[in-house]
Write a protein that binds this ligand. Structure first.
Ligand code: PSU
Ligand code: MN
Length: 303
């Protein structure tokens, strides 16, 4: 396809059935401030390599769906920050036709990864059903994509800016398995616990790879959520973080923030309220996810 560009390194790895891990770019432009965003994105790529896989950071560059952007392009997206279009599924055709840039969300990254044949994707947190969705209808397109697109997403659960219970219900309806890595509980991004259970616990990357392989052989479409708790030493105090999140949501409601602006607004607000403590945790959990994703991708290639 003309508008899909796969870097030579990623293309070669895919052709040779070597492990590849997809990485998103909204987390760079809208999820963290500069320069930590660029630093983190480059370190994540290195961690994927150190664990035996090839990183494929995905973005839309001048209208091309690009799988494996360059370090210069990562720096460009990171510096431009909120000025880059946050690109979810619905934005893709417009950015392509206008030959514009876009930083891809979990939904858009999954879709483009699947076009390229990349099966594993690492990120921080997925979007989900927002608190108050019973009146706002604010449900991330990430969940629909998980219902439809054949890519497994390694994340640290979801932030409690979301309603985690409703997010799990939505995933259940869509038939998306939620696997806890070395845990029975759905992690809540900054904390290892949420009070909600995952569907299945698995304690090693091979077991996860086997489940993905079975799904592939059954030709079942749709994603899988692999929830990997933040390492103990970086987990945050749950009272501190839930107060910050409550305050951020109140502020968003007061200002009437809506649509695609909600999640970036809340992420930024929480980071400011916690004076960077949450940013440090965020960075570490992404590293942890990159490592697990590379391990699962490696096991999957051997099956
Ligand atoms: N949650 C995070 N960090 C992020 C995002 C979510 O902890 O950077 C980003 C991801 O790109 C995710 C998107 O796909 O926000 C979801 O946005 P929305 O809720 O508007 O669908
Ligand atoms: Mn939304």
């Amino acid at each position: 396809m003309n508008n899909l560009v796969i870097s030579p390194e990623v293309k070669k790895a895919l052709d040779e059935n070597r492990p590849v891990v997809a990485l998103e770019s909204t987390i760079i432009s809208h999820g963290m401030p500069y320069p930590q965003n660029v630093e983190t994105a480059l370190n994540v790529e290195k961690i994927v390599r150190d664990n035996g896989a090839i990183p494929a950071t995905i973005a839309i560059i001048s209208g091309k769906l690009t799988v494996g952007i360059s370090p210069e392009e990562i720096d460009y997206l990171g510096k431009k920050g909120l000025e880059v279009t946050k690109a979810s599924r619905r934005d893709i055709p417009i950015l392509v036709s206008r030959k514009e840039d876009g930083a891809t969300t979990v939904a858009a990254t999954m879709l483009i990864a699947a076009m390229a044949g990349v099966k594993i994707f690492a990120t921080g947190g997925i979007g989900g059903v927002h608190r108050g969705a019973e009146t706002t209808m604010d449900i991330s397109a990430d969940l629909e994509e998980l219902g439809n697109t054949n890519v497994a997403v390694v994340c640290a659960g979801a932030k409690s800016i979301l309603d985690l219970g409703l997010t799990l219900e939505y995933l259940e309806t869509k038939g998306v398995p939620v696997i806890g890595y070395e845990t029975d509980e759905l992690p809540a991004f900054y904390t290892r616990e949420s009070g909600y259970k995952v569907n299945y616990r698995m304690d090693n990357p091979l077991e996860i790879a086997k489940a993905l392989k079975a799904k592939e052989e059954l030709d079942m479409k749709g994603g899988v959520v692999i929830a990997n708790p933040i390492p103990h030493e970086y987990a945050m105090d749950s009272k501190l973080i839930s107060k910050a999140i409550d305050d951020a949501i109140l502020e968003a409601n007061r200002l009437g923030i809506k649509g695609k602006d909600t999640t970036p607004f809340l992420l930024d607000k929480v980071q400011k309220i916690t004076e960077g403590k949450s940013l440090a945790a965020n960075i570490q959990l992404v590293y942890n996810n990159a490592k697990l994703a590379a391990q699962i991708a490696s096991e999957l290639c051997k099956l």
